[in-house]
Write a protein that binds this ligand. Sequence first.
Ligand code: PMP
Length: 393
Amino acid sequence: MFETLTAAPPDKILSLSVAFRADNRPEKMDLGVGVYKDSTGATVIMKAVREAEKRLYDSQTTKTYLGMGGDDGFNKAMLKMVFGADGDYARLFAGQTAGGTGALRTLAELLARARPDATVWLSDPTWANHFPILKAAGLNTTTYPYFDAATGKVKFDAMLEGLKAAKAGDIVLLHGCCHNPTGANLTIEQWDKVADLLVAQNLFPFVDLAYQGFGDGLEDDCAPTRLLAKKVPEMAIATSCSKNFSVYRDRVGCAMLLCKDADAVKIAGSQLLMMTRTMYSMPPDHAAAAVRIILEDEALTANWKAELEEMRLRMLNLRKGFAEALRRYSNSDRFDFIAEHRGMFSRLGITEAQVDRLREEYGIYMVGDSRFNVAGLKEDRLDELAKAVVSVL
Ligand code: PMP
């Protein structure tokens, strides 16, 4: 059987973690894999999650099956978290999924079934896993211009120009906030123009919202998604609790649909659940139940929000500190964009050979395209890191 296969190529980011663990140098720095870390380098369980898990342990009396859409209370709370007080809830559907990846994949399956000829337009660059996830569902993919490596900014005019080539019914994948891997995001005015373009060309927005709360705050990070929802007739949203609840391995996410009306919600929602049914029947429960417990309890929600805000502000301060250190050591404003970017990632904009030198000479690990994890930085080692970066330029 398996002689027909060749080995799958190693995942670039995950193999970086393996190499990091095998490195014996005590001064090594891991700026690779995308998980939040505190100032000691640990990815801790959030206190609110721990408390919710305790309550779950004390109150749960059965582990019998839930439905294909998972926990109804979770789905309702997630919709509210994304769409807020004035969401058009009669037109919205949500189904719990196995992580943000599960949301992307089930939605991709639904879109491929609804419109098999559609092409999905992805930003250049995008999260590397977007391509295989969409292709596995049978969708065609192509890219639109997005990031200007020379300035570290979004090439907005080129983006709009590129999207003009999309045909009616095509799908445009947009990072709702905290663009991965670049950290460069659209302004709300630019989002408004994108929304107008989507409507004018009859394009379908597919929003990947994996970092809500890591950019400008829990509410502000949803502003683009809410703006789109006010303007477009239909859209899909893939959300993830991996980062903002720090429940990575427990696999919690949510697939959402905005439909033309309540009848369309029934049809599209039922088909979406069928996609889950055929792939993994139903999503894992544990941490989704914990998230539901947090979001349904005012005091616990307040605690969770405070912890999340602390994480966000830490990343923001690290961005500022690193940009300042690079400014001092490079004697230039070349890296100022790092302080302007939002979320867990930015690209330094150095060559792959320079990234290799940082790893080999200093034990500093980042992805080959020079994407680094802001949360992997250490407050007291920014000067050391900036000096190393400047030394390989
Ligand atoms: N979308 C983006 C842009 C991501 O960066 C990630 C995780 N790296 C995901 C989705 C999926 O996250 P998960 O499946 O772990 O929830």
